[in-house]
Every structure is written in structure tokens, then in C-alpha cells.
Design a protein around this ligand. Structure first.
Ligand SMILES: Cc1cc2nc3c(=O)[nH]c(=O)nc-3n(C[C@H](O)[C@H](O)[C@H](O)COP(=O)(O)O)c2cc1C
Length: 217
């Protein structure tokens, strides 16, 4: 598989099979992903892995944790403007369409949202933290690291879903993985094997045309 093939093959997977993932493979992929570039080579990613062995007790811990009133950080700007809000709306509608969930069915939507906090059934996953002293440039470095990981996972025959939803359960995550106070949780990453029988996994999200976001001078 070449890089273009991996880029095209990766998509966010929201229903996993229980097929286990070797912890050593996750370690190897994380190590390889750390070849991602970062400004000044500061390598600001800090990662806590929930291994297959730990996953059941982690999920129990999260289930029992009190609901958080505020996310760890503002996941979107307070008033997301067009065309960003339209893209966000569209992918949500496409996803709920495949899940067979009606636009007005708030309970079903919330129920699906809660699947985030089960890593969508993935047998393993990790959390990516960043030191609170870091700013937007270092947060962008996390993105490079995470995408590098996802492409390597694709090459290795694994599927992934990056999950900023975990910012809404950051206290539960933080206590379980014993993250030091100076670290802020950015996102989770579900890692496993897609369930091909689940329609939601067939979602191919739209992309804006190049003319929308690039201009050649
Ligand atoms: C940093 C980041 C956080 C995300 N958080 C979530 C999440 O919490 N839950 C979820 O279902 N998808 C999440 N996604 C997946 C996006 O919805 C997805 O990347 C986008 O719709 C494009 O689809 P694709 O990944 O299949 O190409 C996240 C993606 C990124 C990059």
C-alpha cells in the first residue's frame, strides 16, 4: 500500500469488531508515527494507551463516572460560521442517515453519541494529551502525529477513529490513566478492525472543492 492508497483507504470507523489488536503493534505504530514533524521538533504529543487487557475496566470506570458539565476545551467556536457549519451539519446528517436515525430523534442521536465513550467497540485505543503551556502551533503538531498514526494503522490493516468527544469525559479519562495536571486531553483514538456489516462504516464524507479553500497566486 502506498501513501496515496492509505490516504484514500482511511476513514473514521464507528463500529468495530471485537477482534483483538496486538499491543506490540500499537506500540510499533506509535513509535513510527513519532517521525511526524513538529515545530522546533518539540514533539508535544503525550499518549496514554488503553490496552486490550485494560479496556473492560476502563469502560466500567467511564460508565460509573459522573457526567461532566464542560468539555476540557471548546471543541468548536461558539458560532461556527458557513461554510464550516454546513460541512459539519452535512456529515452528521449523512452519518445518522446510514444509522437509520431520524433528525428529530434526539434520544437515538444522544445514544449514538454515547458510543464514543465505548471507543465504538474497538478493543484498544489511546488518548493524546498536550502540555497546557502549549499553544495552537503545538496543537497542530498533534494533528500531524495523529494522521501519521492513522495512515500507518491503515497500512497495517487496522481501522481508526479520532475522537474529540472524549474532551467531554476528560476527568474520567484523566483519573484512570493518571495523567499529570499539566496535561490537557486533546482526543481519543479508537483502534481496531471495522465491522463491514455496519452501514455507518460505509460513510464517505464529502470534501469541499479545491477552489473553496485554495487560491493560486
Ligand atoms: C481531531 C478529530 C476529532 C474527531 N472527533 C470525533 C468524535 O469525537 N467522534 C466521531 O464520531 N468522529 C470524530 N472525528 C471524525 C470526523 O468526524 C471525520 O474525520 C470527518 O467527518 C471526516 O471523515 P473521515 O475521517 O471519514 O474522512 C474526529 C476527527 C478528528 C480529526
Amino acid at each position: 500500500m502506498n501513501v496515496s492508497e492509505a490516504v484514500n483507504a482511511r476513514s473514521s470507523i464507528r463500529r468495530f469488531k471485537s477482534t483483538p489488536v496486538d499491543d506490540h503493534l500499537v506500540r510499533t505504530l506509535l513509535e513510527k508515527a513519532s517521525r511526524a514533524p513538529s515545530g522546533g521538533n518539540v514533539q508535544p504529543w503525550r499518549v496514554a494507551v488503553i490496552t486490550s487487557a485494560t479496556m473492560p475496566s476502563f469502560l466500567e470506570h467511564v460508565q460509573a463516572a459522573p457526567k461532566q458539565s464542560e468539555p476540557e476545551y471548546a471543541i468548536y467556536p461558539p458560532k461556527l460560521k458557513s461554510p464550516y457549519r454546513d460541512s459539519r451539519f452535512k456529515v452528521g446528517e449523512d452519518m445518522y442517515g446510514l444509522l437509520g436515525i431520524d433528525r428529530e430523534d434526539r434520544a437515538a442521536r444522544l445514544g449514538n453519541m454515547a458510543r464514543n465513550f465505548e471507543f465504538f467497540g474497538a478493543p484498544t485505543g489511546f488518548f493524546c494529551f498536550v502540555d497546557r503551556v502549549m499553544g495552537p502551533p503545538q496543537w497542530s503538531d498533534l494533528g500531524m502525529f495523529l494522521q501519521t498514526f492513522m495512515l500507518l494503522a491503515t497500512e497495517a490493516g487496522l481501522d481508526t477513529c479520532p475522537q474529540e468527544a472524549w474532551a467531554m469525559q476528560s476527568n474520567a479519562v484523566r483519573t484512570f490513566v493518571e495523567a499529570p495536571d499539566e496535561l490537557m486531553l486533546f482526543c481519543g483514538m479508537a483502534v481496531g478492525h471495522r465491522d463491514p456489516a455496519e452501514p455507518v462504516n460505509s460513510l464517505v464524507s464529502d470534501r469541499e472543492s479545491l477552489e473553496t479553500w485554495a487560491w493560486f497566486v
